[in-house]
Design a protein around this ligand. Sequence first.
Ligand code: AMP
Length: 431
Amino acid sequence: MFNRPRGTRDIEPEEMARRRFVENGFRRVCQSFGFREISTPTFEHSELFLAKSGEGIIDEMYSFKDKGGRDLSLRPELTAPVMRFYANELKQRPKPLKLFYFGNCFRYERPQSGRYREFWQFGAEFIGPEGALANAELLSLGVNCLEEVGLKDYTLRVGNLKVLGSLLDKLAIVGEERSTMLRYIDKGEMDNLNTFLDSECPEEKASVIQLVTLKGGVSVISKARKLLNNIEKSTQALNDLEQTISYLAQYGIADIEVDLGIARGLDYYTGMVFEIDAHLLGSENQLCGGGEYSLAHLFGAQDIPTRGFAFGFDRVCLALEKGGVVFPAEKLDAYIIAVGEDIVPEALKLLREMRSAGINSDMDFMGRNVSKAMKYASSLNASCVVIIGKRDFENGVATVREMKSGDQQVLKLDKLIDFIKNQSESIKTGL
Ligand code: AMP
């Protein structure tokens, strides 16, 4: 007996069909927004991820030396690889560049529900334009992905890092101090934040806490304006946030929580930041995170305004299942039962014709009798069974049984394909 490595999963056919349904839905929406899919390697030079995320990432990565002594890591995320790809090859292309990806990622974390060591991210990067309009386009893409697959119970929280940044600049909280604080804010560790502020900058504590706990409707923006007393950088950032929200209304998206406490941990975010949570997931409830960032310079290209997000694909699927979303059923359109070995060549010919006509079809390969083969077909959720015997074939007919109703009829072989096509679910739903 061999066990799976900790934190990995085997995915059974039924779950895989649900995952493909979600993936196809997301892909369809990305394409409808003019985003184009790319793919990058599963492993990269470790230094790529170090350059983006700092030394701390080492503990989280699956790293190894290859036989040539190179330091490599399985990708823990895809933004760094995508921006490396951009800097190496895509930067010459006309802007804006709208890219999306779907791939597995690896993190050495403590596994729990919704947190795995191998998981999938579905993400997008929008490279080129500056400002609120592009932010709204990206946010709308994320929201539309969720709507497409039927997820309703989520919260979109949007903030802007420059707002908190401008306060920290004013209070001269910089360097290590600032990073530690942002980490506490990002992880929601308010006790740690309080203790830290008490010891490092007690006079500033009240204003920092007030700002990072400012959450709610658009009115939060005016509260922040008052609190920050028109620090120039914060005014711009708040205007930008307001403008993003007003563009989002044009996209039909009004259900937004303004959250000025989103810190997203890492230093490379430059402006708008957002997160999408699904509360029914419990502690690991963040479905998506993203924002505006600046990374191209780290990989040797000129900086360019970029914004992106990554969905935790597994969590989206979990949220859909927990939320009771009904997925289209996986179906086989037709199952052929050849009665007798001597009819197998004709059955195979029919099977081939059906498949070329786009009908999802299978056949009995176990030499079972009709009733047992029918039971098996029903376990596959086959829409119909085609029973073909020697005499039938000589008369140019076969018996078709619709599994749901149990109705059975004898059809001419040349009508069979059209008949099944009209019935078939898989062709209609694309599953
Ligand atoms: P991040 O790159 O950390 O911003 O993660 C983006 C999204 O990936 C998160 O919002 C989660 O939904 C998902 N995610 C991160 N880590 C894991 C993990 N270990 N297992 C499953 N999903 C994860």
